[in-house]
Ligand binder design. Structure first.
Ligand SMILES: Nc1ncnc2c1ncn2[C@@H]1O[C@H](COP(=O)(O)OP(=O)(O)OP(=O)(O)O)[C@@H](O)[C@H]1O
Ligand SMILES: Cc1ncc(CO)c(N)n1
Ligand SMILES: [Mg+2]
Length: 486
């Protein structure tokens, strides 16, 4: 697997390093690691000092497959040979292993190279040697590594400031001392015994993960921003309201430019008041000249005049990462866009979009054909992508009772197979998916990873089984919050 720089930075959050010595009767390294990955570890390194090479390689191969399943980077400690032999995502080495070698050349440009460092000079040298991240420690006393020096938070901060690559803190970190690293600017924490010596490694992982999240909260300067240009749904489940909730829950600062006010609920759309083109333009000017969005999601656009103004402003500001959800009909069956506006949408907006996300009926309109089979979905996506020079995600979804979506991007097809959640309350699924994709693009994830992460968020929101209103009700966008603050 290939990971972008941004993905590698995020993956530092909770960096797990294996230690078989704590395994109990009946457990295997793979079974424990699966538990750890299931509970949210964001990176895995195999480090088994006492295994001879062939046994090490065997364990590493199993863990590699496991990490691929969870889309988590997997690196091998110390051995470049084994990392290359099993085609791991990369290798992690110490200062002793890098002297006089060009490791970057040895492993190739696509592999992740992690280097341990304990001083500013070592960190800077590691970056110059082509490291993708550095592990800095030991920050606390550790039983795993004898004679390791302890670093102060100030020293850690100095090291973080001296390099541009991500930094993960290591050495004796556990749930009770992790908070002491606050203010150090690290991108995450690496742990061995805090997970592997625990009676319940899964629970230890989720506890450490939430502590790591608090530690690595985005500083205001690093906060990514996203804009939803869409219609208001007064019932809160779709449109602007769904978009703001989704973007917020996906960790970006959310803004809105409203194209229409709808009076709707879970059963129907009663009235629509369209925004004037001039007022849409003013909203866009206020936003783009002040807090420039890192990504833009576009939803309901009731008429051609609004589409024209929007396209002109997006071109003028050279907006980035535009996700276009070509909303034509609401879940409840009501028309949300004038039929005559479709031509303008195709001509003006599709070519500006990085991604367009039609459901099947919308894909039929955009590709001017009937779609009934998976092959026809593929052909329609290819047609739309090639005609309008954008990526296309065709959603099987509540209209066809599957959760399989097809991504066509740059001539490549990728199916995302989702578990169909038996929840009839799907009001706003399309809005939520496109906003979650935009939020993830804003954070720097690749298109494919953004789709993957957005589907995962949507599944969580659907699985919460909220049941409000008489019709197809909204989802629980805040399914992963407890609502308690302390
Ligand atoms: N019951 C379900 N279980 C899991 N995923 C679902 C379910 N229903 C929809 N999805 C997913 O939701 C996403 C949105 O697809 P959908 O076809 O519902 O969009 P839409 O028709 O544009 O929605 P909207 O009516 O909100 O505009 C897709 O990723 C789809 O796979
Ligand atoms: C405002 C608005 N946008 C989009 C949808 C699509 O579900 C909706 N129902 N309402
Ligand atoms: Mg939709």
């Amino acid at each position: 697997m290939n990971f972008s720089k941004e993905e590698i930075r995020h993956s530092m959050l909770l960096y797990a390093i294996t230690d078989r010595t704590w395994l109990k009767e009946g457990e295997t390294l793979t079974s424990i690691c699966e538990d750890v990955l299931k509970h949210g570890a964001t990176f895995l390194q195999i480090r088994e000092k006492d295994l001879e090479p062939s046994a090490f390689q065997k364990e590493a191969l199993e863990l590699k497959a496991l990490c691929a399943k969870y889309q988590v980077p997997f690196v091998v400690n110390d051995s470049v040979e084994i990392a290359l032999a099993i085609d791991a995502d990369g290798v992690h080495v110490g200062q002793g292993d890098i002297q006089g070698k060009n490791l970057r050349a040895l492993i190739g440009k696509d592999k992740i190279l992690g280097i341990s460092a304990a001083t500013v000079a070592e960190a800077v040298a590691a970056q110059a040697a082509g490291a993708d991240y550095i592990g800095v420690g030991a920050v606390f006393g550790t039983s795993t590594k004898k004679n390791a020096r302890n670093l102060s938070v100030e020293k850690l901060r100095e090291i973080c400031a001296a390099v541009t690559i991500p930094v993960v803190a290591i050495g004796g970190i556990h749930a009770l001392n992790l908070r002491k690293l606050s203010g150090s600017q690290v991108d995450g924490v690496a742990v061995i015994s805090a997970i592997f010596s625990s009676d319940n490694p899964g629970k230890a992982t989720s506890d450490l993960l939430s502590l790591a999240r608090q530690l690595v909260q985005p500083t205001p300067r690093l906060m990514r921003t996203a804009l939803s240009i869409a219609g208001s749904d007064c019932s809160g489940g779709a449109g602007i309201q769904a978009d703001l909730k989704t973007m917020t829950m996906n960790g970006v600062y959310a803004m809105s430019a409203i194209t229409a006010l709808t009076a709707q609920n879970t059963t129907k759309v009663e009235k629509i008041v369209e925004t004037s083109p001039d007022f849409l333009k003013s909203q866009l000017d206020m936003i783009f000249t002040d807090i420039f969005p890192d990504a833009v999601k576009i939803g309901m656009l009731p008429n051609a005049r609004l589409i024209e103004v929007l396209a002109e402003r997006l071109r003028f500001y050279q907006a980035k990462h535009i996700v276009l959800d070509p909303v034509m009909v609401a879940t409840s069956g009501s028309i949300l866009m004038e039929t005559s506006a479709v031509l303008t949408l195709k001509k003006e907006l599709l070519p500006l979009a990085e991604l367009v996300t039609p459901n099947i009926p919308e894909a039929e309109i955009l590709s001017e054909r009937k779609i009934t089979t998976p092959e026809e979905i593929e052909a329609a996506a290819e047609f739309i992508g090639k005609t309008y020079h954008c990526a296309v995600l065709i959603k099987g979804g509540h209209s066809v009772n599957t959760a399989n979506d097809l991504l066509w991007a740059d001539g490549q097809m990728e199916w995302f197979y989702g578990r169909c959640i038996p929840n009839p309350n799907t009001h706003g699924t399309g809005c939520t998916l496109s906003s979650a994709i935009a939020a993830n693009l804003a954070k720097g994830y690749s298109l494919s990873t953004s789709v993957q992460r957005a589907k995962k968020y949507l599944s969580g929101a659907l699985s919460a089984m909220l049941d409000l209103g008489a019709g197809s009700g909204p989802m629980n966008h805040a399914f992963c919050l407890t609502g308690e603050f302390s």
